[in-house]
Write a protein that binds this ligand. Structure first.
Ligand SMILES: NC(=O)c1ccc[n+]([C@@H]2O[C@H](COP(=O)([O-])OP(=O)(O)OC[C@H]3O[C@@H](n4cnc5c(N)ncnc54)[C@H](O)[C@@H]3O)[C@@H](O)[C@H]2O)c1
Length: 307
């Protein structure tokens, strides 16, 4: 299993460390615009391999060196130091960066699965899909997995049940147009009540990500573990059900846009998209998210090579 991580900044280097810790590949390639950072991280991680149970070849390299990757995790980004909590502000810069990166990465590894972390993640997942020409099941955005994890963690504290056992999803956009599918939230077949307190908890979960950004200027640990859960599902064909950003084609009248829905993930990538029975308010929120991300795709990708 060969995994390439593109963009060795705060998120990419934490993801690379997580992949080594979890022994999720036999070859790990790090690619960064400033090559010396990737070289340094590759050395450091090679020393870390001595402390894990699996032999992993860790290298720094170029897009040509990524040939034959099974999974390509894209964390490359223009600087996000001045964008604050506005992920869309990164859109034009990152769209141009993807124009440069995705076609040669896809050509070097035509059978790979792309995992997109770069923000605005729904727009960038759509862009990667277009630029690679890969089928939608092999282009996955981390989407609202991270938001859902924060929400389940808060629910778990209140209910006193492990977050993994709670079926509670935040869906839609990884951004302001996300919503909690509370009408479907349940544990062991028992409904998790949809009340004002829980809706307040959803708002707190969304705010929690912003609090991390305000405090330290970036997020890295939780998103790296979220990405490694998706990668683990691919590597071990676990068929886990996770909310991630994927191409939506027709559901609830939403078309030609990437948004988060629960999907099943295995060795081929997304093996199935699930369609929860949302109530009217949640269905309207999903359509709103579709409109917002579609508008962003049109304005951000206007000048890109796909137009
Ligand atoms: N999806 C999520 O939930 C989530 C969570 C956190 C961060 N993010 C996003 O992940 C991205 C990375 O965040 P970060 O904090 O690591 O940023 P960062 O600035 O620390 O790292 C970005 C890295 O990309 C590299 N890079 C830029 N252009 C490149 C190119 N052409 N080829 C190779 N590398 C290139 C830069 O040199 C830098 O090392 C951002 O877009 C951020 O918003 C997403």
């Amino acid at each position: 299993m060969k995994i390439s991580v593109v963009g060795i900044g705060r998120v990419g280097s934490t993801l690379a460390y997580t992949l080594v810790m979890r022994g999720l590949c036999s070859r790990l390639l790090l690619i960064n615009r400033r090559a010396e950072i990737a070289v340094g991280d590759a050395h450091d991680l090679r020393h870390a391999v001595a402390f894990v149970d699996r032999q992993i070849e860790v290298d720094a390299g170029s897009i040509a060196d990524s040939a034959g990757s099974d999974i390509i995790a894209v964390c490359a980004s223009v600087s996000n130091s001045s964008s604050g909590t506005d992920r869309m502000a990164l859109g034009p810069g990152n769209a141009a960066l993807f124009d440069e990166l995705i076609p040669p990465l896809a050509a070097a590894s035509p059978n790979a699965i792309f995992l997109i972390l770069t923000n605005p993640v729904d727009v960038m997942t759509y862009h990667a899909l277009q630029l690679s020409g890969f089928p939608p099941e092999r282009v996955i955005g981390t989407g609202t997995l991270i938001d859902s994890a924060r929400f389940r963690e808060m629910l778990s504290d209140e209910i006193g049940i492990h977050p993994d056992d709670l079926r509670a999803y935040i869906l839609g956009e990884h951004g302001p147009h996300q919503f909690a599918a509370l009408s479907q939230a349940q544990v062991a077949g028992e409904r998790i009540e949809n009340n004002e307190h829980r809706r307040e908890m959803f708002r707190a979960a969304v705010e929690a990500g912003h609090e991390v950004l305000r405090a330290k200027g970036h997020t890295n640990y939780a998103i790296a573990l979220a990405a490694s859960l998706i990668i683990e599902a691919i590597v071990h064909d676990t068929r886990r059900t996770v909310p991630v950003s994927t191409l939506i084609d027709g559901w609830l009248g939403v078309n030609d846009v990437c948004l988060s829905l629960p999907v099943v993930i295995g060795r081929p990538g997304i093996t199935r998209i699930l369609h929860p029975q949302l109530n009217d308010e949640e269905s309207a929120a999903f359509r709103d998210a579709g409109r917002a991300v579609r508008d962003a795709i049109e304005s951000i990708l206007n000048n890109s090579t796909t137009k």
